[in-house]
Design a protein around this ligand. Structure first.
Ligand code: ATP
Ligand code: MG
Length: 140
C-alpha cells in the first residue's frame, strides 16, 4: 500500500449542525492526516463543475442547491490507501445502509445531506484537490 491523498468535503448539513470537529475527530482517529483544510461557500458554478459527472441524474439540481446552501469545509487527507480508507470511514452513500461507527451512519440526515464527500479514485482525487487547493496550501 502506498501513501495517497484524497479530497474531502464536510457538507452544509455538517457545518449547519456544528459537526465539523466531531467528523474531523473520526478522520484523525482512523489514521488519516488533514494536510489542508479551509471553509468556503461554494458558488453554483463551482458546485455544478464539481458534480459534473452527475449532471444527467435526476437529483443534480437539488444536489447543487444543497451544496451551495451553506458553508462547507474542503480538505485534503493523506495516509495509507487514503481514497479507499476514507470511503470506509464515511460509510455508504445512503446512511440507512452505512455501517455502525461511520460518519454517515452517525451524522448524515439523508442520502443527499450525507455530511461528507470523499473522492472515488486517486485520479479523481488529484483533479478535485487541484480544483480547490494550490500546492502551497497543502502541508504534509
Ligand atoms: P460523494 O461523491 O459525495 O462522496 P458518493 O460517492 O457516496 O458520495 P455519489 O453517487 O458520487 O455518492 O453521489 C454524490 C452525492 O450525490 C451523494 O453524496 C449525495 O449527496 C447525492 N446523491 C446521490 N444519490 C442520490 C439520490 N438518489 N438522491 C439524492 N441525492 C443523491
Ligand atoms: Mg461520489
Amino acid at each position: 500500500m502506498a501513501t495517497e491523498r484524497t479530497f474531502s468535503i464536510l457538507k452544509p448539513d455538517a457545518t449547519r449542525r456544528n459537526l465539523t470537529g466531531a467528523i474531523n475527530a473520526k478522520i484523525e482517529a482512523s489514521g488519516l492526516r488533514i494536510v489542508a483544510q479551509k471553509r468556503i461557500h461554494m458558488t453554483t458554478a463551482q458546485a455544478e463543475t464539481f458534480y459534473g459527472v452527475h449532471s444527467e441524474r435526476g437529483f443534480f439540481r437539488e444536489l447543487v442547491t444543497f451544496m451551495t446552501s451553506g458553508p462547507v469545509v474542503v480538505q485534503v487527507l493523506e495516509g495509507e490507501n487514503a481514497v479507499a480508507q476514507y470511503r470506509e470511514v464515511m460509510g455508504a452513500t445512503n446512511p440507512a445502509n452505512a455501517a455502525p461507527g461511520t460518519i454517515r451512519k452517525e451524522f448524515a440526515e439523508s442520502i443527499e445531506a450525507n455530511s461528507a464527500h470523499g473522492s472515488d479514485s486517486t485520479e479523481n482525487a488529484a483533479i478535485e484537490i487541484a480544483y480547490f487547493f494550490s500546492g502551497c496550501e497543502i502541508v504534509g
